[in-house]
Ligand binder design. Structure first.
Ligand SMILES: Nc1ncnc2c1ncn2[C@@H]1O[C@H](COP(=O)(O)OP(=O)(O)OP(=O)(O)O)[C@@H](O)[C@H]1O
Length: 306
């Protein structure tokens, strides 16, 4: 049986209408399914936990954005007892990009029901303050990129742009204001025991997939099945220069620029001189000074387009 976890609110209500379309198709095809609509923040975590704490292998399908994916993977009880399908309808969709999943919902459903090719995905997690833990599928970052996520959540811009079908523009607009406000700081970043110190850091992000922030290919070589995390650090780079690099980052052409550093490893410890916003898959975790990122020992089976 397929368990569909649906965020009706994703992309300002598009979730609900997309689900109606999907459900008609499930009925037409006589698919055995059960649907659960999220009613509030973190509800998807509770739903996923309830389904997966029972015995057996569980087929979960998420209909929502990267935020809902993040909530669901945080609820999964035993990662290797789950097979995850995804119908992307969020505004950033970086998880879907990583697996080349189609945006068209019925086509995406086809990849789950008809042609199941699976990736065995690494699942990252960070620990921070007093051993709090949060998993991530796409990325976890500290500094500018997390500040953008925080601001997008609290401002009304995303709702407004989503209504126009231009959700990504909300991130672009907020990125401009946040870059002006951001205060670069010193960070010590230790990857697999090797210590690096960077001055004037705008942000440091640990990535499982190549894309974050709605299509920025920040770590072009990130491979969510290679058992390692990729790290991008933007340091000692003027704000203006960074802004000119952002369009190049859509194609991953920013990596040769001065001030962009890429690292790779199994464990990443980040210590910032001052507290900065943190995010996992675009979901804010308020101000932190230190975080530790690594991978879960078990992988997650994900339906992909290959
Ligand atoms: N019924 C609901 N009402 C309000 N918020 C909800 C509800 N269900 C889920 N949420 C919250 O919606 C947030 C965003 O969801 P989601 O990521 O699916 O869509 P999105 O923000 O449109 O897409 P993206 O993250 O790709 O930009 C999550 O933080 C989740 O907690």
């Amino acid at each position: 049986m397929y368990h569909f976890i649906v965020n009706p609110n994703a992309r300002s209500g598009l979730g609900k209408s997309t689900w109606n379309l999907i459900e008609k198709e499930l009925i037409r095809r006589e698919v055995d399914y059960q649907a659960y609509e999220t009613k509030y923040q973190k509800h998807a975590t509770k739903i996923a936990r309830k389904i997966t704490e029972t015995d057996g292998i569980h087929q979960l399908v998420v209909l929502g954005g990267d935020g809902t994916i993040n909530e669901v993977i945080n609820g999964i009880y035993d990662l290797d007892k789950v097979c995850l399908g995804y119908i992307p309808i969020g505004s950033s969709n970086d998880f879907a990009r990583g697996f080349h999943l189609p945006k068209e919902p019925l086509e995406a459903l086809g990849y789950i029901l008809d042609t199941p090719s699976y990736a065995f995905m690494d699942v990252g997690y960070i620990t921070y303050k007093e051993n709090k833990k949060r998993r991530f599928a796409v990325s976890a970052g500290i500094g500018f990129d997390a500040a953008v996520c925080h601001e997008v959540v609290v401002s009304r811009l995303k709702k407004f742009f989503n209504k126009l079908g231009l959700g990504k523009l909300a991130y672009t607009g907020v990125a401009f204001s946040q870059i002006i406000k951001s205060r670069p700081t010193t960070m010590t970043i230790t990857v697999d025991g090797i210590r690096h110190r960077y001055e004037n850091v705008l942000f440091a992000t640990v990535m499982n997939h190549p894309y974050e922030g709605g299509g920025f290919k920040f770590c072009p070589k990130a491979d969510s099945t290679d058992g390692e995390l990729d790290v991008i650090i933007a340091a000692n780079i003027s704000k203006l220069r960074f802004l000119t690099l952002l369009p190049l980052a859509f194609k991953g052409y920013h990596t040769f620029a001065k001030g962009i550093y890429l690292l790779k490893g199994k464990t990443v410890e980040i210590v910032s001189d001052c507290p900065l916003p943190v995010h996992t898959d675009g979901e804010p975790i308020f101000l932190q000074r230190e975080l530790f990122a690594t991978l879960e020992p078990k992988k997650l089976k994900v339906a992909q387009n290959k």
